[in-house]
Write a protein that binds this ligand. Sequence first.
Ligand code: ADP
Ligand code: MG
Length: 360
Amino acid sequence: MGDNKQKRRNRIIGIISLLILLIILTGCGKGQTSGDSGYSLADVTQTSYLMGTLVQAKVYAPTKEKGEEVLDTAFQQMDALEKKMSLNIPASEIIRVNEAAGSKPVQVSEDTFLVLQKGLEYSKLTEGSFDISIGPLVKLWGIGTDQARVPSADEIKQKLKLVDYQSVLLQPEGQQVYLEEEGMVLDVGGIAKGYAADVTKEIFQEAGIKHAYISIGGNVLVVGNKPDGSPWKIGIQNPYRPRGAYLAIVEVTDSTVVTSGDYERYFEENGVRYHHIIDPATGYPTRNGLKSVSIITHKSLNADALSTGVFVLGIERGLQLLERTPDVEGILITEDKEVYLTSGLQGKVRITDKEFSLAD
Ligand code: ADP
Ligand code: MG
């Protein structure tokens, strides 16, 4: 594929604009702020490239040193999580499980086991629209890699047989994972970033941090409110514009906002966009009129699983699932630039781009 260089360049431009945007959105630079309790707080920011994306975190700490220490711990922990769960890091725990598919169970760490347990929970909840065993199809399409291509219908049919979360067996005793069929492939790409954000929040809270945020490729989790007592303002990406162009703003406290969209990773052929979220029912990237789904809730893992799952479920079934799931809200953006909100968000989302309007 000749446009790899271009892709890489676009990616870098995307990352830079995301970075600039985060700075604008969250108030820039290092400095001293006074918290709502009146104490002076140092704000410290750290940025890194992890889990295939740009990660940025900011904490308000009693001292600059304390803030740096907490951030170092958080980034080390995220790096360790990536090494356990990545499909691109040789001998990661997930790769070892995949290699033993159909032959034997593999013991994994507590983190990986928990992510898989939650992954299965959401696979059931979404009736398989989210499916942690989607790996064979993700590999076949290769979206986001140099090998991306449209597979034949027969290839898709063959791989579809290997996608079934019900054949993922978890044994809590000894944290054993077993894939029943040879060729099965776990892929936790749809939830691992969410989990990493949740773990980061725990690290912040254990260190006594009251105000902080973390953004993992635009998926945001905030701790508390801003030091001045106001809520954090989170922008919802305009799916038609470069990274950093927002169509709406939501104000949140102690929450996470996670988005899945067809614009994150894709290629186009004969006018069709093939993106990285695959419908396990068909084996093809979903095409149901949705451009993006943002989920707002407390746990980032849950939001991550649901953003991917609801994106596959589509507008109607997706909204139904969100309405019957307590403590979870969603913003669904359609190809027609309509914005669907769950009932708990009515009146709470400010649409800032005139091209978009609330659906009725
Ligand atoms: P992003 O990684 O861009 O934030 P998502 O959270 O929606 O977006 O995750 C997309 C990733 O999840 C894909 O790259 C792939 O690894 C995996 N995936 C794709 N389709 C599904 C699916 N139906 N169920 C579970 N995981 C999926
Ligand atoms: Mg997701």
